[in-house]
Ligand binder design. Structure first.
Ligand code: THU
Length: 160
């Protein structure tokens, strides 16, 4: 028997002023998107914003439904929109924030969203950098989507 360890590293920025300007704008856009969330059941608005390689920014938020499993997270709302409309685009970064969260830490994406972000990353050449932002608090920067999902389910495994 062997014990193997997987390490997860990320950068923590105390204030948005420490972020590079395009990332500071991206977290701002995620917060704006959260304000338009449809989340009457959880009362937990989440916003996500995507920065494309060409500088364009798109945003989305969580969209819930009375049939709870039909709801969609903010991350997948914007990822699926961009994938549907700009399938050739390269995503540079994704920012996520939950302004109403009482935690001192930024919101972290659910497992399904991590799986989806990872697959989108695998379709393009460079990494998707992930910014997890807490309003008036820290921002965590992950250098790739893959970093957030160790031992991810991969297509190669499906074909074996
Ligand atoms: N949610 C997101 O939109 N993104 C996350 O990263 C975490 C959770 C949503 C799903 C649901 O609408 C609400 O937050 C409560 O779980």
């Amino acid at each position: 028997m062997k014990t193997r360890t997987i390490t997860l590293s990320y950068e923590e920025f105390e204030h948005t002023g420490e972020l590079e300007p395009s990332f500071a704008l991206l977290v701002e856009k995620a917060a704006e998107a959260a304000a338009k969330s449809y989340s009457p059941y959880s009362r937990f608005p989440v916003g996500a914003a995507l920065l494309l390689d060409d500088g364009r920014i798109f945003s989305g938020n969580n969209q819930e439904n009375l049939s709870y499993p039909a709801g969609t997270c903010a991350e997948r709302t914007v990822l699926n929109f961009v994938k549907a409309n700009f399938p050739e685009s390269r995503i540079a970064a994704l920012a996520v924030t939950a302004p109403g969260s009482t935690s001192a830490h930024p919101v972290t994406p659910c497992g399904i969203c991590r799986q989806v972000i990872t697959e989108m990353e695998s379709l393009q050449t460079g990494p998707i950098r992930i910014l997890l932002h807490k309003i008036n608090g820290p921002t965590y920067l992950f250098e790739s989507a893959r970093a957030l999902l160790p031992l991810a389910f991969e297509e190669a495994k499906l074909r074996k």
